[in-house]
Structures are given as structure tokens and as C-alpha cells.
Design a protein around this ligand. Structure first.
Ligand SMILES: [Zn+2]
Length: 432
């Protein structure tokens, strides 16, 4: 048994649906008990301390905040090295930066070295789980799963399927993508905490045959994930219309091939209409809102009001490398700004819900992750409220938990991450 003493915050309901104050639990002086990687108890120190046996050492994080680990539902590990590359919008960004970089991942040594850095960077930012794009190369998937496995992380990833409208050196064939994905599912899906996602990059780079085979994989392995992109950029939307002239909308292409449903998650979802939103909800499909990436590539503004009105299952994605930070605090801050431009006021409770329990729900992993209910996997982050002089000064004026969370969200970044624990084990500790 391990015990951790700190202020503790987690969510039990969606604050946009239930009353804000009933959506979370907050223990000013809390205690989190963990045994064999799972939560045994979480409550006030005063009420739980009697249960502490003498032999148990209490890790003292008083003055800090423990929250469930952050969950990033959309990013590309092979784009780590093109973060902050200047000047392009989506389609040119892919041509100029992404495809040449992803080509390098045919080399296992490049894949392994980058995957190790990437996983460390997640931990440095308090991200304990993620839904990650690899590249078309089988070895790129092996590399990121091996790196996550070494840290005991719950990670979902998959081989990009891409058989047209990309450089030859990056294209597979429909059959090859099916065979490779199948072998990777059998190798990795359900191995320790790892899960597989069938990963067509986006509709323009897949033939109809490839999309059909993606569906076949979902049928053969009903509990694997599907991840892709939809309706990110106006030129992209026009392109999809010309490639699939029979489709009602971009989302309809995926729907036609049976790629919506439980455990399907689409990044961006900017240029949707109400029929699309209705289909996302009725099919159980989830959405990754990627504000940093959408601003960086000038893609457009996600309509949070419409998403809320329809009850979309939402989460937040950094979308590195088009997103400019691994920090989900900075991503949430960009999310706040994007929502403001759409006349929607994103509350800090709502944002932290999306980074924890909301993301776990979007990934259909609520039974394992997202808060400190008894029996869940004990992935958590220890937050330093005020690592900088400005944050110290601003926090000193703060009189409510919600205000402190908002300051954390707007001014915070990896400097606020004091430690990151996976299954109770400390896997990252900030240098003093
Ligand atoms: Zn992406």
C-alpha cells in the first residue's frame, strides 16, 4: 500500500450537465491510498488516516494538488520534431513538413529514439494516457508501444493507413495496411495496458477499398479503437467532396464505411453541420477538440456551443506537432480562447473535466481511468500551483478553487507538473 497526502481534486460528473459544485470532489487535506496500482481509497486525511497501518509511509505532497493524470486524445508522436515549423496550412503542412519527417520512421532506430523522448515529454507534462498516431511503418507502432510499456502507461496507438494522395515512399496498399494492422492488433491490443486503434490518416489518403478494410478490422476485432481526422480545414473539406462525390458530407464518408461508433474518435470536427453532429452522438463517436493546432494551422474555430447543444462526447487533443505544446494546460488555455471567439464561456471545471474524466469517457475507459473511484488505475499528477513569481502573485489574490484552477489553466505549463505517477509509481519528478 502507498499513501499520498495533498489537496485532491477529481470529477464524478460532467459539470456542464450536473450542477458545477456537485460535479467534483475536493479535499483540502486529502489522502489517496493505492495498492497494486489501483485506488483503494480517496478522502479527507482526517477520516482516512485511522486506516493507515504503521508500516505505511505517507508521501507528503501537502501544499500541492493531486488530480487524475491528464489524457491527450489526439497527437502524432512522429511529428515531435516538426513542432513549430513555419508558414503552412493543413495540406501544405503535410506535404512540406509531415510526410518527409514521417518517412524517417521506416528506420527503427529513429522510431525508438523519438518514441522514448515523446513518452518522457508526455510525463513531463502530466499526461498519463494518450491516443497517438504512429506512421505507416509497423516498426513505428512497435516503438511507441514499447516506450509506453516501459513506463507502464495506458496508451492507444495504431499504424497509419494511407494508400493514395501521399508520396509513394509513405503509401501502403489497402491489403498491406489490413495485413499489417491485423498483425499489430494481435501483437499489442490488450497487452498489459496497451490498446490498438485502426488509423486511416484521413479520407483523402485512403482508397474506398482501404476504408472498407478498416471497417473489416473493426468487425473482426470489435473492441479495438478507430482514430482519424475530419473537417479540419476548408480546402480539405472541398477535396473530400471531389474525391467522394456521392457523400452527403465529409463525416458521411466515414459513416458510409462503418467507421463511426463506440471507441471511434475524430480530431477537429470544425466544419460540421447539425446532421453530422447528430450522427456523432447517435453512433457513440467521440471528438477531440484541438484548439492549439487549429489556431496554429489557421484551420478554423471549433463550435463549442453547437457541440454542447448536441451533447457531443468531447475531449481535448494537443495535436502535436501542429499543436505547439505537449502541455494540456496550454491546450486548455487555447481552448478557452477559441471558445471565447465563438461566444462560449469554457469554465475551468469544464476544462479539467475534459482533461480527466471527460477524456476517459470519450475513450470508453471510464471503468479504468479518469478519477479516483475505488478500483481505478492510479494514474495521477501532482501539481505545483505556483512555480513562477507571476503565478505566486496571482494565486495570492485568489479566493476560490475555481479561480485558482482558471489561473492554472491560463498561466500553467510543464513547470506546474511536480510529479507524474503511473499506477501509483512516480515516473517523473521535476528537477528542483
Ligand atoms: Zn492530427
Amino acid at each position: 500500500m502507498k499513501a499520498f497526502r495533498a489537496a485532491i481534486l477529481d470529477f464524478i460528473h460532467d459539470p456542464s450537465v450536473s450542477s458545477a459544485t456537485q460535479s467534483y470532489r475536493y479535499f483540502e487535506d486529502g489522502l489517496l491510498l493505492v495498492e497494486q496500482g489501483r485506488v483503494v481509497a480517496c478522502a479527507d486525511y482526517a477520516s482516512l488516516s485511522a486506516q493507515l497501518r504503521d508500516a505505511i509511509e505517507v508521501v507528503d505532497y501537502r501544499g500541492r494538488l493531486i488530480m487524475p493524470g491528464f489524457i491527450d486524445t489526439h497527437l502524432h508522436y512522429a511529428q515531435t520534431d516538426i513542432i513549430a515549423s513555419h508558414g503552412e496550412q493543413l495540406l501544405d503542412w503535410l506535404e512540406r513538413y509531415t510526410f518527409p519527417m514521417e518517412d524517417r520512421f521506416s528506420d527503427s532506430a529513429v522510431a525508438r529514439e523519438t518514441a522514448d523522448f515523446f513518452i518522457q515529454e508526455l510525463l513531463r507534462n502530466g499526461t498519463t494516457s494518450a491516443l497517438v498516431f504512429a506512421t505507416v511503418h509497423v516498426q513505428s507502432v512497435d516503438a511507441v508501444f514499447e516506450a509506453a510499456l516501459a513506463q507502464g502507461m495506458r496508451l492507444i496507438s495504431g499504424k497509419v493507413m494511407m494508400d493514395r494522395n501521399a508520396p509513394d515512399y509513405l503509401c501502403d496498399s489497402a491489403q498491406q495496411s489490413y495485413d499489417d494492422s491485423r498483425a499489430l492488433i494481435e501483437k499489442w491490443h490488450g497487452h498489459e495496458r496497451l490498446l490498438y486503434a485502426v488509423t486511416p490518416r484521413f479520407a483523402p489518403t485512403s482508397s474506398e477499398r482501404q476504408l472498407h478494410l478498416a471497417q473489416q478490422l473493426l468487425n473482426e476485432f470489435p473492441d479495438v479503437y478507430l482514430q482519424s481526422h475530419v473537417a479540419e480545414n476548408k480546402s480539405e473539406v472541398e477535396w473530400v467532396k471531389s474525391l467522394f462525390p456521392w457523400s452527403r458530407s465529409y463525416l458521411d464518408v466515414y459513416d458510409h464505411f462503418g467507421l463511426l461508433g463506440d471507441r471511434s474518435l475524430y480530431a477537429h470536427c470544425i466544419y460540421l453541420d447539425d446532421d453530422d453532429r447528430h450522427r456523432l452522438v447517435s453512433s457513440g463517436t467521440s471528438v477531440a477538440f484541438c484548439p492549439s493546432s487549429n489556431l496554429f494551422l489557421g484551420s478554423g474555430l471549433f463550435d463549442m456551443q453547437a457541440a454542447r447543444d448536441h451533447g457531443l462526447m468531447l475531449s481535448l487533443g494537443s495535436d502535436v506537432g501542429a499543436g505547439s505544446s505537449f502541455s494540456l494546460l496550454r491546450t486548455a488555455a487555447d481552448g478557452y480562447r477559441v471558445c471565447q471567439l465563438g461566444g462560449f464561456n469554457l469554465s475551468p471545471l469544464q476544462a479539467f473535466y475534459l482533461l480527466t474524466l471527460g477524456a476517459a469517457r470519450a475513450l470508453y475507459l471510464e471503468h479504468e481511468l479518469g478519477n479516483f473511484e475505488v478500483g481505478k488505475e492510479a494514474d495521477f499528477v501532482v501539481i505545483d500551483w505556483q512555480p513562477t513569481p507571476l503565478m505566486r502573485r496571482r494565486m495570492a489574490r485568489s479566493e476560490s478553487l475555481e479561480d485558482r484552477l482558471f489561473v492554472l489553466m491560463l498561466l500553467g505549463d510543464e513547470r506546474n507538473i511536480l510529479a507524474t505517477h503511473i499506477l501509483g509509481e512516480c515516473r517523473y519528478r521535476r528537477e528542483p
